[in-house]
Design a protein around this ligand. Structure first.
Ligand code: AMP
Length: 406
């Protein structure tokens, strides 16, 4: 059965078509510059990449082209074969703790939560509506970046601010990258061969977060109300003294919106190095003795080590630490610095094993107190799995109802 995973951004749309339950990727693609000049899309099929320059007026046009590609490349003969489409949604707020069918009522909730994710949730709604328009008979589901973190207890998700802020304005920790933390933690449990585990998962990409997971359930995570909290990131500041914000707004005489842009787009590795938000550029800078790149990298890894140590205590130990996402999977240097920083806990890096990129692997020695692994993330597959499971549930229910009537 064909299931699509869709990730719509404000001017982009990524998709992957899976054959389920085999989990084979049949075709994938990215549409860029939707609603802008010089729009184009790239399709990946049979190991080949094809770029096509076309006008992409809106998300619906992009979705129509997804369907044309599926038919032209003989992935399906008719659109009726596409039974379910799973959409990635950033903010599910307090409403969604798992992947859900996108009914009218649920779409309304996603829209309502746009105040908390103004760039992401409206784009996801566009993607869902476009898919509904183009494939009206398919089940549409929403997989939320926040859902996996809904198990976090109140004392960990509340901020020490006036209580009404949470009640009236929904101010609390929600966490993000949930689909990725869920995927790598369940894979980690598979590797360990047991589920009564305490895991610390580090999703370190341009955006970065660490989660503490006990027996498959998330007990804490570093991102908060928005993805700009916890760790230092490519261009986001993460945690710091909240008064820096009001103090600097006065000094720079800037608006809340301008400050938000600085803290999200001009801070982090970029802000400190003054060069780049990309960890590869920071590593190159370090190699030629750039002191600010050195400082940026130290600040970056220190914060990851701090969070791992905090969650180690919070979990009362740890059975495995997982590294994933762009930097976690690929930066030998960053992983080494983190593992060296954890030596006090008895963590011992296996230098030879760590000398790799983008593959699933144990990177600590046999006598390391905590085994540490690289597990490449696969959020699209997780979305497809959840969507397939929901589809199966609905079909089973239909069958039961039909049998009762008979
Ligand atoms: P993501 O947000 O997960 O796509 O991760 C993007 C980040 O991964 C980029 O900004 C890079 O900093 C980092 N990255 C990707 N490849 C490498 C690499 N080979 N070495 C170091 N960092 C990398």
């Amino acid at each position: 059965m064909i299931v699509l995973s869709v990730n719509a951004g404000s001017s982009s749309l990524k998709f992957q078509a899976f054959d389920m339950p085999e989990e084979t990727v049949l075709i994938s693609g990215v549409f860029e510059r939707i609603g802008m000049k010089e729009s184009f899309y790239t399709i990946k099929l049979n190991g080949e990449k094809i770029k096509k320059e076309v006008e992409l007026k809106n998300h619906e046009r992009a979705m129509e082209l997804v369907m044309e590609e599926l038919i032209d490349n003989k992935i399906v003969e008719s659109l009726d074969e596409i039974k379910a489409i799973g959409h990635r949604i950033a903010q599910g707020g307090p409403y969604f703790d798992k992947t859900e069918e996108m009914t009218d009522e649920n779409i309304k909730k996603v829209k309502e939560l746009s105040v908390l994710a103004p760039l992401h949730n409206p784009a996801a709604v566009k993607g869902i509506k476009a898919a509904m328009e183009v494939v009206p008979n398919a089940l549409q589901t929403g997989a939320f970046d926040t859902a996996f973190h809904q198990t976090i207890e109140e004392e960990n998700y509340m901020y020490p601010v006036p209580y009404e802020w949470c009640e009236k304005y929904k101010v609390r920790k929600y966490g993000f990258h949930g689909t990725s933390h869920k995927y790598v933690s369940s894979r980690m449990n598979e590797i360990l061969g047991r589920y009564n585990t305490k895991l610390i998962t580090c999703h370190i990409g341009n955006g970065a977060s660490v989660s503490a997971i006990k027996e498959g359930i998330c007990v804490n995570t570093s991102m908060g109300l928005t993805p700009n909290s916890g760790l230092m990131m490519g261009s986001r500041c993460g945690d710091m003294d909240a008064t820096v914000i009001t103090y600097m707004m006065q000094q720079l005489d800037c608006t809340a919106e301008e400050m938000d842009t600085i803290l999200n787009k001009q801070s982090g590795l970029l802000g400190i190095s003054g060069i780049s938000s990309d960890s590869r550029d920071i590593e190159d800078g370090i190699k030629i003795g750039n002191q600010r790149c050195n400082l940026a990298q130290k600040m970056f890894t220190n914060r990851i080590i701090d969070h791992i140590a905090k969650y180690y205590v919070e979990l009362g130990g740890c059975d495995a630490i997982v590294f994933t996402a762009g930097i976690g999977e690929n930066s030998i240097h960053t992983r080494r610095e983190i593992l060296d920083g954890l030596a006090v806990l008895g963590v011992k890096i296996d230098e030879e094993a760590n000398d790799c990129r983008g593959i699933e692997r144990l990177i600590t020695t046999e006598d390391s107190s905590i085994p540490c692994y690289i597990i490449p993330t696969n959020e699209e597959l997780m979305i497809a799995r959840d969507t397939y499971a929901l589809y199966q549930q609905k079909e089973n229910k239909k069958e039961l109802e039909a049998n009762e009537i008979i």
